[in-house]
Design a protein around this ligand. Structure first.
Ligand SMILES: Nc1ncnc2c1ncn2[C@@H]1O[C@H](COP(=O)(O)OP(=O)(O)OP(=O)(O)O)[C@@H](O)[C@H]1O
Length: 234
């Protein structure tokens, strides 16, 4: 088995600078790996640190200690210690992220939002647009919306744009933060099918799924984050 993502001894605290520097320990000793072709789901109660771990793995939150190793161009790279330039290269070529909410950019159409990850990798504009259309059609986003900026779309429509954008590349590692939270049953089933296809293609996925039915279908393993609870400061 090939581990495409390895999280080793990661610890994270938040320092509340506006609260006199109060330090909130969140997680400690986070250790797990995700192999090619599997979907690992982070489990545990609300507040246990699932989102914080996902954000560290994408480089959105800094890590206090430990390593986050991503296989990038055939060799492991520690994202926790990577330069900003390397983080951008990892995101362009190796690690994708479907966030819970779409960050919309004014005046950029849904099609361009979805096609962008391919365009920045050098795929020709027309080919990227065709792939984006295929994904939006598969996710049942009405065609009349494709040319519009997603800012005014419904929650579920925005989420489908986000999913299409995350799934359009063949990144080897994909992070999924509640990708089905705002979807109806039919579209949820389509996303479950798309996750299964990514597994068959060898993608390593790490996700958070609160919906138990979806979690039971997609998860190859559940990593219980409660096991990484940080010791509270006395
Ligand atoms: N940016 C931040 N600043 C300060 N504290 C934070 C920050 N982000 C998260 N926390 C705290 O870290 C803890 C873990 O939060 P996190 O969102 O990772 O949990 P979670 O397991 O994803 O919860 P949920 O299932 O409710 O989304 C919480 O106590 C939260 O208040």
């Amino acid at each position: 088995m090939t581990a495409l993502l390895q999280v080793k001894s990661v610890a994270k605290t938040f320092t509340m600078h506006l609260r006199g520097g109060v330090v909130l320990p969140v997680v400690d000793g986070v250790d797990f790996e995700v192999n090619a072709g599997e979907c690992v789901v982070l489990g545990g109660p609300s507040g246990a640190g699932k989102s914080s771990i996902l954000k560290m793995v994408y480089g959105n939150y800094a890590v206090d200690s430990g390593e986050i190793l991503l296989m990038h161009e055939g060799a492991p790279v520690d994202l926790a210690a990577a330069t900003p330039r390397m983080v951008l290269a990892l995101r362009r070529d190796t690690i994708g992220y479907v966030s819970q909410f779409l960050r919309t950019v004014p005046r950029v159409s849904a099609l361009d939002v979805v096609a962008e990850p391919l365009v920045v990798r050098g795929v020709e504009h027309e080919a990227a647009q065709v792939k984006a259309q295929e994904l939006l059609a598969r996710l049942n986003l009405p065609e009349r919306l494709w040319g519009l900026p997603p800012a005014t779309f419904s929650g579920g429509e925005q989420q489908r744009v986000n999913i299409a954008r995350g799934f359009i590349t063949d990144h080897s590692v994909l992070l999924l933060d509640e990708p089905t939270a705002s979807l109806d049953a039919a579209n949820r089933a389509i996303v479950v099918e798309m996750i299964a296809e990514k597994k068959r293609a060898g993608t390593a996925m790490l996700g958070i799924f609160h919906d138990e039915d979806v979690r039971n279908v997609v998860a190859d393993r559940i990593v219980d984050v409660t096991g990484f609870a940080a010791r509270k400061a006395a």
